[in-house]
Design a binder for this molecule. Sequence first.
Ligand SMILES: [Zn+2]
Length: 284
Amino acid sequence: MEVAGVGLHTGNQVAVRLTPAPAFTGFVFRRTDLGDFDVPAAPHAVARVSYATTLMRQGVMVSTVEHLLAALVGSGVDNCIIEIDGMEVPILDGSAEGWVDLIESAGVRELEAARQFLRIRRPVDVVESHRSIRIVPADEYRISCHIDFDHPVVGSQRRSISITNGEFGPELAAARTFGFAHEVEALRQAGLIQGGSTENAIVLTPHGGMLNEVPLRWPDEFVRHKMIDIVGDLALFGMPILGHVIADRAGHALHTQLVAKVVRDESAWEIVSQPVTEAAALLS
Ligand SMILES: [Zn+2]
């Protein structure tokens, strides 16, 4: 299955094909335009975290990976080779919905291997003045998120959902990315958002409105999108998570720092195969 579209930041037209991978592969981006060069979605591959998450191996980059990775995790996929013929994942409509639809139409195959989870054993946090992200032990993968923007359309929004229970598709996937009109010019000058438009982002105006002519998909679409970003960035763990993430005004930098900090501290996690909670979830 293939999807094509423009990259938000580069503006380049790029095609992506999702192909099956054996157990324990995790997620690997394969640059088909560079002789099938592989860039793994792993914490040590994080190269840039401003306005999107960019991965790099030996100088080869893949950027804006977070919405596609979130869709894979949210759809229960643990292993996938993502073939891409350019350096930036297409932004589609700014949400993860197109990727979830693509995965659904391709279908998900069960592998003959026990599913492994990264289980959080003790709390780990990253705090930067008034921003923070924390992960604590839990029997499921849950995300609780709070954002606070001084803009009447956004304001303070909070939401908590279980990723384990399949809530990603219906509750988060369609939430679009957002930005502020007063930042547009500076970002363009910096070579970013070359492919950005109201077709792929909610653009908030200084006067308390938005440029988009279509309505919000939910009043709290903004916090829902932030949760997509968290799921996407935490996909860098490379396996499904048993833990509760509590984010307060965090962003890509904090999300990826949390992953790196957890991975470094081997006393904070363990790998478990098909825990009892999984069986319970199937029965309910
Ligand atoms: Zn995003």
